[in-house]
Design a protein around this ligand. Structure first.
Ligand code: AMP
Length: 214
């Protein structure tokens, strides 16, 4: 089963993708993670996208489609979770063509709905474990007092450079201008499954499971 997690920044796509990986053995393909990795390892492409990402703008379709294409060549089976991709209509068309070329289907597009005020509150308080990516929130899920990640025991926590109010405004605008047309696109294709992304992590996971047919 191949699915897309679609939603604005802070909707919980990464958190739910990680659960699907743990529980169903699916393969998470997050273009945001791939781009951050390229930056950390200092590749030419990584350096090129750094400023764009920090401002909260979208990197070119060509770059992200190339990244996904590479991963689809290398990975097999398990089912893919596209997390943060596609983000434009051109990316959606390219994904359709790529899946077809690999003899794969797109089974569902989970649209994670969360109000804008909640997104802002979630993102400005967000940090993640540097080892396993577990997500923490200063208000609702603070880093444990012993300084150890509850999931893996890691002791380093990071805040994303683009998790600040200025970048977030640009990221939200990019979502509404460039990504939200995908909701209509996938509705018309019959793939869209809206899910309320506001509840506790396990509640949202339950809704996603129901949308995917248990
Ligand atoms: P994310 O981790 O999904 O929030 O992505 C972080 C940043 O990476 C975004 O704000 C964009 O600058 C860039 N990015 C990630 N995925 C894409 C994509 N599919 N298309 C264009 N830019 C992307």
């Amino acid at each position: 089963m191949n699915i897309i997690l679609l939603g604005p920044p802070g909707a919980g796509k990464g958190t739910q993708a990680r659960k699907l990986v743990d529980e169903r053995g699916m393969i998470q393909l997050s273009t945001g993670d791939m781009l951050r990795e390229a930056r950390t390892s200092g590749t030419e492409m990584g350096l090129k996208v750094a400023g764009i990402m920090d401002r909260g703008e979208l990197v070119t379709d060509e770059i992200v489609i190339g990244l996904i294409e590479e991963k689809l060549e290398g990975e097999k089976g398990g089912g893919f979770i596209f997390d943060g991709f596609p983000r434009t209509l051109a990316q959606a068309d390219a994904l359709g063509a790529l899946l077809e070329r690999h003899g794969e289907n797109l089974d569902a597009v989970i649209e994670m709905r969360v109000e804008d005020e909640v997104l802002v509150a979630r993102i400005v308080a967000r940090s993640t474990c540097g080892m396993c990516g577990e997500v923490y929130n200063d208000e609702t899920k603070p880093i444990p007092a012993d300084g150890k990640c509850t999931n893996c025991g890691g002791t380093e926590f990071n805040r994303r450079a683009d998790d600040n109010e200025d970048s977030l405004k640009t990221r939200l605008l990019a979502y509404y201008k460039q990504t939200s047309p995908l909701i209509g696109y996938y509705y018309a294709k019959g793939n869209l499954k809206p899910v309320n992304g506001l509840g506790e992590i396990d509640e949202v996971a339950g809704e996603i499971a129901a949308a995917l047919g248990g």
